[in-house]
Ligand binder design. Structure first.
Ligand SMILES: [Fe+2]
Ligand SMILES: [Fe+2]
Length: 480
């Protein structure tokens, strides 16, 4: 049977497999292997596997990123099956396994034992190898004919292989968001903190910042509206490492600082989701719950402590990131202290990213340029003035992602700050609207360029709100 002809039934059977496997796993978490409900679910699951093997001679279900593949065909989720799809993906991610391959279709009893083993598997400590452990358990149950597949997701070490710089940066960014999502979701599901993949992701962020800091800084304009905590954590990590590099920290220090940035809001896993995602103003109780996240973060990091090293800096940054240099802010502290350098850096990056993230209830979104001015106004009171200076030199007066009206009546998206500190208000800009008001795929120009008579060719006259002009500035930072 040709591949194209086989695709159609596999799409349908694949969808059934996703549905039936999910229901059977759920039943297995509720009932024991001899229960009727579970056996009925196991039977449907076994029958789908059998049909799949009849049609295509093999049966394999794999997850990769946000995709589910059955026999290499990407299974499209329909609206009504969306939550099953998403939950199954989440289950695989949390378990740290990439999928299964069935050599022969199991009978009902085998299918029931299979979903019982898989559905009830618990994640253990950090050095645990879930694929290996699950394989052993299946062999013990006489289910050795089912192969457990390694997660397909790209690991951080392969990320740096891409010869294209922009694509490399984008991959690093997306990978780190995925790893952060996985970390926080598995904590919420009650598993222990596992930092191996997070550490590797932060290392590759440090490498990227050394390579070309402007690429990653630009990517912080990508936002995840579903759950902003994940992208926010990654953005704070990127800003912190870039700022740290500006003030001359060593590679090791940058790595520690990056970890502080990535984990600063870890305590939010203990704040109810409804509070985190609420778009209206918080009630007093909700606000109180929110203000406990620095302390929760300390406990979370401490509970996940790994052999050898106490992650003291990460704990401190989680605790202090909402404290101001004048010691106002939260949590309330009794004794005067000097906030750690990493905490002071994280606090600035945190405020900047949180302030520029559009929220539903904000009628007036703050542009990155306005946010930077706001930070400057608070220097010495809330923020360390020297670090603010370094932060402004990192982002320029018009940070990457800003949409600017130029004196030529063109509109441009700021891509990067000019390397010469004297040109702090003259960034590199992509022209997206021409002087007649038409949306164009225009050139990338430097506002530091001059005309033959020595005047600047283009100058920013005003920062605009991108939404109002139908401009999605984030897409200009993506590769290809
Ligand atoms: Fe926070
Ligand atoms: Fe934060």
């Amino acid at each position: 049977m040709s591949h194209v002809a086989a695709t159609v039934p596999i799409q349908g059977l694949g969808r059934e497999l996703v549905q039936n496997l999910f229901v059977a796993l759920r039943s297995a978490q509720l009932y024991d292997a001899r229960n009727d409900t579970l056996r009925a679910a196991a039977e449907r699951f076994a029958r789908t596997l059998e049909e799949l093997q009849l049609v295509d001679r093999s049966a394999r279900l794999e997850v990769g990123g946000d995709l589910i593949l059955v026999n290499d065909v990407r299974i499209r989720s329909e609206l009504r099956s969306y939550s099953v799809h998403a939950n199954l993906l989440r289950f695989f991610r949390e378990m740290g396994i990439g999928g299964f391959e069935w050599e022969t279709a199991p009978d009902v009893g085998e299918a029931a034992r299979f979903v019982s083993v898989v559905g009830r598997m618990e994640l253990e400590d950090e050095d645990d190898d879930p694929v290996f452990r699950l394989r052993q358990r299946l062999v013990d149950e006489g289910l050795g004919g089912t192969r457990v597949l390694e997660p397909r997701e790209e690991e951080a070490d392969t990320l740096l292989d891409d010869p294209d710089k922009r694509r490399r940066a984008e991959k690093t960014y997306r990978h780190t968001v995925a790893v952060t999502r996985q970390l926080m979701e598995s904590l919420r599901a009650g598993h222990t903190l596992r930092l191996t993949r997070v550490r590797r992701a932060v290392q590759s962020i440090v490498d990227q910042v050394f390579d070309d800091e402007s690429l990653l800084v630009g990517l912080t304009n990508l936002r995840d509206y579903d759950e902003p905590t994940f992208t926010h954590s990654v953005n704070v990590c990127i800003f912190a490492v870039s700022l740290g590099q500006r003030i001359g920290l060593s590679r090791l220090e940058l790595y520690e600082l990056g970890m502080c940035g990535l984990l600063h809001d870890l305590g939010k896993v203990d704040v109810p989701r409804e509070v985190l995602l609420k778009s209206e103003a918080l009630t007093d109780d909700e606000w109180e719950a929110m203000q406990r996240h620095p302390a929760y973060g300390v406990w979370r990091i401490m509970a996940g402590r790994t052999k050898g090293r106490v992650p003291a800096r990460e704990m401190l940054a989680a605790f202090e990131h909402h404290l101001n240099v004048d010691l106002s802010g939260y949590p309330a502290i009794r004794h005067p202290r000097r906030l750690s350098l990493y905490s002071r850096i994280v606090a600035i990056c945190d405020s900047f990213d949180a302030g520029t993230t559009p929220r539903v209830y904000k009628t007036d979104p703050i542009t990155p340029a306005e946010m930077l001015q706001a930070l400057e106004r608070w220097k010495g009171v809330r923020y360390d003035p020297i670090l603010i200076k370094a932060f402004v030199s990192l982002l320029g007066i018009y940070p990457p992602g800003c949409v600017a009206l130029l004196d030529t009546q063109e509109i441009g998206v700021v891509l990067a700050v000019d390397p010469d500190p004297r040109n702090i208000n003259r960034p590199r800009v992509k022209i997206v609207v021409d002087s007649d008001g038409l949306h164009i795929d225009g050139p990338i120009v430097s506002l530091a360029e001059r005309t033959p008579d020595g005047d600047f060719a283009r100058t920013v006259i005003k920062v605009l709100e991108p939404e109002r002009y139908g401009i999605d500035s984030a897409r200009y930072f993506l590769a290809g």
